[in-house]
Design a protein around this ligand. Structure first.
Ligand SMILES: Nc1nc2c(ncn2[C@@H]2O[C@H](COP(=O)(O)OP(=O)(O)OP(=O)(O)O)[C@@H](O)[C@H]2O)c(=O)[nH]1
Ligand SMILES: [Mg+2]
Length: 245
């Protein structure tokens, strides 16, 4: 991203009945960082100003997280615990719910957008559309249900297929660890799968709030770092020359 200073020379012409028009006779844009002149038409200049105005309005970074995993594993319970500090005992299958809140990541203000999707098989067909908007994924299973761990492979594959990318920020989450006496999946088995996928494995309890903040924070960190890398690459690929966005 280049920073742009704009110099405008104008001529004023008074019109009857007090209206004033300003006609541009010359304008010049210059990058405030590398000081090179930018060539652009008046139309491009207006677009640029509008883009800059929009960006400054939404200057708090927004990180888009999507909850995936089988039905009943605790995606909504984790989301509601993170958002409101509440644990919901009842099971009310989700179709799709979206949440947003301001938070602080490593001392920097940001916003998190969480899309809580449906785990139930009957909604499988609508998942593709949701996945497209995701910048990072929490793939949840229940440590009390072996089958829910096996299903995570399908979610992982579907995300990689839809985004055409298997390096998107992604964390494998083993939930319901407060129910230790009902545990069917060992830490090592789930961690081995995460190793295969080259991602982190974190165990949580939506009931006791164990590691709840940690999974969202860690995923936001991964999203933020990936965006920073991409921005750097984009900056380099423009070979140091100024670009009008
Ligand atoms: N003991 C315990 N129960 C949990 C935990 N997380 C969720 N539950 C319970 O498990 C049930 C299902 O939780 P949900 O969060 O609705 O599951 P979900 O993954 O959102 O399910 P779908 O919306 O159908 O995809 C609810 O009764 C929750 O109270 C947990 O960490 N510990
Ligand atoms: Mg749900």
């Amino acid at each position: 991203m280049h920073s742009v200073e704009i110099f405008i020379d104008s001529e004023r012409a008074s019109k009857p009945r007090g209206t004033v028009t300003i006609s541009l006779t010359r304008f010049r844009t210059r990058c405030a960082i590398c000081n090179s002149a930018l060539n652009c038409s008046l139309g491009e200049l207006i677009n640029l100003l509008q883009t800059m105005a929009k960006k400054s309005k939404h200057s708090i970074p927004l990180h888009k997280v999507i909850m995936v995993g089988s039905g009943g594993v605790g995606k909504s319970a984790l989301t509601l615990q993170y958002m409101y500090g509440d644990f919901v005992e009842e099971y009310d299958p989700t179709k799709a719910d979206s949440y947003r809140k301001k938070t602080v990541l490593d001392g920097q203000e940001c916003q998190i957008d969480i899309l809580d999707t449906a785990g139930q098989e009957e909604y499988a067909a609508i998942r593709d559309n949701y996945y497209r908007s995701g910048e990072g994924f929490l793939c949840v299973f229940s440590v009390c249900e072996q089958e829910s761990l096996e299903h995570t492979q399908e979610f992982r594959d579907q995300i990689a297929r839809v985004l055409d990318d298997d390096t998107v920020p992604f964390i494998l989450v083993g939930n319901k660890v407060d129910l230790e006496h009902l545990r069917k999946v060992t830490f090592n088995d789930a961690a081995a799968l995460a190793d295969e996928w080259n991602c982190k494995y974190i165990e949580t309890s939506a009931k006791t709030r164990q590691n709840v903040d940690e999974v969202y924070t860690e995923l936001m960190r991964q999203i933020r770092n990936r965006k920073a890398k991409q921005e750097k690459l984009e900056g380099k690929s423009s070979s140091g020359k100024c670009t009008i966005l």
